[in-house]
Structures are given as structure tokens and as C-alpha cells.
Design a protein around this ligand. Structure first.
Ligand SMILES: [Mg+2]
Length: 458
């Protein structure tokens, strides 16, 4: 008689996890940008998880170029914890899968829960969600919307946020979200979710270009435009006046990308107050929870927004507890993936703060739309004062590029998280050996020297 362990069907397991350093030479296109504008080469530290059951899960972390190889190395380090594991077990308990990575007793020293390690965990966690969503044949937002409140709560890591949000309170929010859910899902499928655009407002643009793009954005139906500020107050006043004239009463947000000290932020924003900015984004260091609270008091009624560089649910918790922000801008790849973003959406709902996700770069629009769609269907259940950032860059490289219809994101339909980048694009722009980079040669800022130097050691 055959012993039991030999008769058992072997468990389907993860057979390989491969990373790729994919970079696009976008700094070449920003020709003539001024000294204030940085020169990012939009990049993805990309990962594909494969199993012997034929699954393929995609994930990535966004970065600005140099250092992308550090992210891929970090993903490789965490990937060793997953190879050989039972895929069915991992995707049936994605809360445990996430904790396995984030709380690893040795790797956690490198964070904990911040920076490169947090982002690397996020890429892997989200790739596991990609497998789950593909198996269930649903786009991520719909998968999340149709999960039970109990299962959603089970994927959230409440470590260090229980004082602000208990599992019971999260369950209450999600149970309340079941009421009218089908109708909201139908609305999302038919009418999408509001978008705003940052395209007109880069600091390097001429006044003529600013006015033209602002008018176009208003005509295209976007809910808001956003201008970069913080270089020179006289320039900012002139540009705000031009933009205000171009778009009439349409909201205009301003974004300082963490440039100011606390008191400087208050003074600067107050000098722009007559143009009625909708929010001031990243006025100072994202880690300065109390500084944001001070700024918020000083610039009211202008709203304070931040989030694209906030590294964990724990910092978001404090920003909310301290009354530091009016708008929460979660980012899909800054934190530890889908699970942590669910935690952040629940925290925002508990405190009644609207979520307007950060996007742009490469692939961030494709990913982050899923969180706003889910937020509307079962968490916040409102589109008031809520919109997703949109920048028209590099969408053509994705299996399902975002679609903007009348200034709104249309509901994504392909099964998965939206992370899948076309394999031809990935190999063409793999750094430094891809054919794209061989053609670009040493002209791209990302190399910081020669391609061969940058590639050394890989
Ligand atoms: Mg920003």
C-alpha cells in the first residue's frame, strides 16, 4: 500500500520570483526644465511571482531612477522568504502572507516598516494579490469590494494603530459599506471616478504653456488642476493669477514638494491666498506631523494635503490624530502594498478625511485607481471632495492602460491589480542592458556617469 504522504497531490508552490530594474529615460524629455525641477527617470523595480500551478503575479515599486537597483535587491531579499511556499495558503490568508514579510525578525532591522524595505514588501504583497485577483477573474477593486468585511479586516495589520482604529471599528465601517454597495459598483462601472491633472503646472513651463494646458484641462472635464510652487513667490503669484484667469472657478491645488520650513510655509501660502488655492500639498517634511498641524492652523481655510512620501499607516494615523491634514494622499507603492493601503483607507474613513491618491510617475495611475474605486464602493462611499491624480505619462507600456473619459477614471476591467507592464517594454527598458538604454547611451541623467559604471556590480 502506498504511504499517505506519497499519494498526496503535491501542494502548488512558488517556483520563481524574478525582479527587473526597468527605467525610462524621462529626464531626456524635460529639456529646459529649471533648476527647481528635478530630473527623474521614471522607474519600476518590477517583480513577477510564478508558481507550478501556472500562476503569474506582477508587482512593482516606483522610483525616480538612481537607486532602483537597491529596490530590486530588497525585493530579492524578501523573495527568499516566499519561494517554495504553498501559493494556495498564501493567497487564502493574505494578512498572514503580509505579516510574514513585514515582520521578518532579521529584515525588519532595516526599517522597520519604512523606506526601501517597506516598498519591497509592498511589491511582493501586491504581486500575491495579483495572483488572487487573476484566479478570481476580477480587477482588484472589484475583488476587494466583493470580499466580506470579515476577510477584509483579516488582511489589515492593526499593529501600532489600534489606539486609533480597532478591528471592531474597521468591521463596523465595512459592514455599513455593504448597504447600497451593488448600486455604487454599478455607478463606478458606468461613470468612473473623478480625476484631476498636474499636467499644466510644472515649474519649468512657460506662462503661455501653463495657460494653454490649464484651459485644456478645464475643457477636458478634470475636477481640478495643480501647480508646483515654492521656487519664487513672485513667480508663484504671477502663475497663480494666470491659471485662475484661465480656469475660472475650477479648483487649483498647489504643491511645494516639502520645500519649506513650518513658518515659511504659512507665510508663503498666505501670500497666495487671494487666488483661493484648494489645497497646499507637501508644505514641509512628511515626517513632521506636528509641523503640518501648525501649518494647517496658519493657512486655514486653505486645506493641507500630504501622503505621497508617508511611509506607513502609523504616520498616517498620527497625521489624522493630530488634525494635521484635510486631504490624505495615499500612494500605491510607498507603503507595504494592498493590505496597508486598506488600513489607510479605513483610518481616513474613521477620521472623516477624504482620500485623493497620489499618481503619475510610471504605473502609479494604473495601480492607485483600484483603491479609490474600492473606497467608493465600501469604505468612504462618497465621491465628494475626492479625486485621483492623473498625469499622462507612459501608460502605453501597461497591459491595461488607464482610461480617462470626460475627466474621470473609467473602471479598470482586466483581472489583477493593474501592475502588469508589457514584457516587450520591460526588456527594452531594462537597465542598463536593454536595447532602449543602449540607444540612449550616456545622455540620460540616471546613469550619473557612464552606463557601464552604473551597471557595475549587477
Ligand atoms: Mg505631489
Amino acid at each position: 500500500m502506498t504511504p499517505f504522504h506519497e499519494r498526496r497531490t503535491p501542494m502548488p508552490s512558488i517556483t520563481s520570483i524574478k525582479t527587473q530594474d526597468v527605467r525610462f529615460p524621462t529626464s531626456l524629455e524635460l529639456d529646459g526644465s529649471d533648476a527647481v525641477n528635478v530630473d527623474p527617470d521614471y522607474s519600476a523595480a518590477y517583480v513577477v511571482i510564478r508558481t507550478d500551478a501556472g500562476d503569474e503575479g506582477h508587482g512593482f515599486v516606483f522610483s525616480c531612477g538612481r537607486g532602483n537597483e537597491i529596490l530590486t535587491a530588497a525585493i530579492d531579499a524578501y523573495a527568499r522568504l516566499l519561494v517554495g511556499r504553498d501559493i494556495d495558503e498564501l493567497i487564502s490568508d493574505l494578512g498572514a502572507a503580509s505579516r510574514l514579510l513585514i515582520h521578518d525578525s532579521q529584515l525588519r532591522w532595516l526599517g522597520p516598516e519604512k523606506g526601501v524595505t517597506q516598498m519591497a514588501c509592498g511589491a511582493l504583497v501586491s504581486a500575491l494579490w495579483d495572483i488572487r485577483a487573476r484566479r478570481e477573474n476580477k480587477p482588484l477593486w472589484l475583488l476587494l469590494s466583493e470580499m466580506t468585511p470579515e476577510e477584509l479586516v483579516s488582511v489589515v495589520d492593526f499593529t501600532h494603530i489600534r489606539d486609533a482604529l480597532s478591528p471592531e471599528e474597521a468591521l463596523e465601517i465595512l459592514r455599513a459599506g455593504q448597504e447600497g454597495k451593488e448600486q455604487r459598483i454599478a455607478e463606478l462601472k458606468a461613470g468612473g471616478f473623478p480625476a484631476y491633472t498636474t499636467s499644466p503646472g510644472w515649474l519649468g513651463y512657460s506662462d503661455e504653456k501653463l495657460v494653454r494646458l490649464s484651459k485644456e484641462a478645464a475643457a477636458d472635464g478634470f475636477s481640478m488642476i495643480k501647480l508646483k510652487v515654492g521656487g519664487d513667490i513672485n513667480d508663484d503669484r504671477r502663475r497663480m493669477a494666470l491659471a485662475r484667469e484661465a480656469v475660472g472657478s475650477l479648483p487649483i491645488a498647489i504643491d511645494a514638494n516639502q520645500r519649506w520650513e513650518v513658518s515659511e510655509a504659512v507665510e508663503w501660502v498666505n501670500q497666495l491666498a487671494e487666488f483661493n488655492p484648494y489645497w497646499i500639498e507637501e508644505p514641509t517634511s512628511t515626517d513632521d506631523v506636528l509641523g503640518h498641524a501648525e501649518i494647517r492652523k496658519g493657512v486655514s481655510p486653505v486645506r493641507v494635503a500630504t501622503g505621497e512620501a508617508v511611509q506607513s499607516r502609523i504616520i498616517f494615523k498620527q497625521l489624522l490624530q493630530a488634525g494635521s491634514i484635510d486631504v490624505l494622499q495615499l500612494d500605491s507603492t510607498r507603503v507595504a502594498g494592498v493590505n496597508e493601503n486598506i488600513a489607510i483607507l479605513l483610518l481616513a474613513a474613521k477620521f472623516g478625511v477624504p482620500v485623493c491618491p497620489h499618481a503619475g510617475g510610471v504605473g502609479l495611475c494604473e495601480l492607485v485607481q483600484h483603491f479609490s474605486f474600492f473606497d467608493y464602493s465600501v469604505v468612504a462611499r462618497s465621491q465628494d471632495n475626492r479625486m485621483i491624480e492623473f498625469v499622462d505619462h507612459l501608460h502605453e507600456h501597461f497591459a491595461e492602460p488607464v482610461r480617462i473619459v470626460d475627466g474621470r477614471y473609467a473602471a479598470p476591467e482586466l483581472p489583477g491589480t493593474g501592475a502588469e507592464m508589457l514584457s516587450a517594454s520591460r526588456s527594452h527598458w531594462e537597465f542598463p542592458g536593454g536595447t532602449g538604454w543602449q540607444e540612449v547611451g550616456n545622455r540620460a541623467a540616471v546613469t550619473g556617469g557612464s552606463l557601464s559604471t552604473a551597471g557595475a556590480g549587477r
